[in-house]
Design a protein around this ligand. Structure first.
Ligand code: AMP
Ligand code: ZN
Ligand code: FE
Ligand code: FE
Length: 283
């Protein structure tokens, strides 16, 4: 059996692995295909494509966008997007800039709580254009202000905690369109985490192509429910670990193994659209 992991993060967003390290783990685990889905970024795709190429792994370009529809937050995975697509890059750059402002705002709130963290130390640690809460958490630990990133989330960064700042989101229907115009397929990420069931029909009407049924945080029962929903709405099925690095001493990649037939179907969808966006580095 051939397997894929279609939800992975590197240090080009809030993951801790480099594209090469992540590919190394994927190769060791025997994956046939990997997709990189950094938040608001396609920057790591070229390096990941090269590493996968050298390891004999099929690579799929991707990104993960934060969106909303009727006040429900959802994450959109864009696969096979053209990493040179100008509109995609312009939108991504906007969201990256807002992410950087958000870090400054979170740090200001921490400072208001007499937590002497500096924004520059977060940016230095993040060392990427898409910084997020995990970087603030790690910077708090590094500065000796929290014992663990989990403690940082619990005390300060979780939703409605004192240093939490809401994240800018794009409108979901525009997100789907943004991915499509970049030659990609749009997939709803981890619906079981965002509780997005009610908005699935509206997104399907807007052209949503698929749904992430398999995810580290989906139980077998949850995965089965979304497989039924995928069937009902004729959606493609995807899955991935959402690996951000080590979790409990082990890389999270490997916890979800998507049967390769689903990758074939994703590819058929892209090809049937006559997309000009060649999957970077694949074949
Ligand atoms: P952000 O995009 O800046 O809002 O950060 C979201 C990321 O933070 C997610 O992708 C997770 O990796 C991480 N995260 C969210 N909630 C928690 C939590 N309670 N504990 C640890 N990490 C979390
Ligand atoms: Zn993340
Ligand atoms: Fe997500
Ligand atoms: Fe993710």
């Amino acid at each position: 059996m051939k397997f894929a992991d279609l939800h992975l993060h590197t240090h080009f967003s809030d993951g801790t692995f480099s594209p090469e390290e992540l590919t190394g783990h994927g190769a060791r685990l025997g994956f046939a295909a990997l997709a990189l889905t950094d938040h608001d970024s396609v920057e790591g795709c070229a390096r990941m494509a090269a590493a996968c190429g050298a390891a004999g792994i099929e690579f799929i370009t991707g990104t993960e966008l934060t969106a909303e529809h009727n006040d429900t937050e959802l994450h959109l995975l864009g696969y096979y997007v053209d990493p040179q697509n100008q509109k995609l890059l312009t939108e991504i750059a906007k969201f990256q800039s807002v992410r950087q402002d958000r870090i400054r705002e979170m740090v200001a709130r921490l400072n208001g709580l007499n937590i002497p963290l500096e924004a520059e130390s977060v940016f230095a640690l993040a060392n990427c254009k898409s910084p997020g809460r995990p970087h603030v958490a790690r910077a708090l630990v590094k500065a000796g202000l929290c014992k663990t990133p989990d403690e940082a989330f619990e005390r300060f960064l979780k939703k409605n905690r004192p240093a939490w700042v809401p994240k800018a989101k794009m409108f979901a229907l525009e997100g789907v369109e943004l991915i499509h115009q970049a030659g990609g397929v749009a997939v709803m990420a981890h619906p079981g985490l965002n509780r997005t069931d009610e908005i699935i029909p509206a997104l399907v009407d807007a052209g949503l192509d698929g749904i992430e049924c398999f995810h580290t945080k989906h139980s077998t029962k949850t995965a089965e429910r979304y497989l039924e929903i995928a069937d009902k709405f004729h959606l493609l099925v995807t899955g991935g670990s959402d690996c951000h690095g080590f979790s409990k001493g082990k890389p999270l990649i490997g916890t979800v193994k998507l049967p390769y037939e689903h990758v074939e179907r994703l590819k058929s969808k892209v090809e049937s659209r006559g997309s000009s966006a060649a999957p970077v580095g694949s074949r």
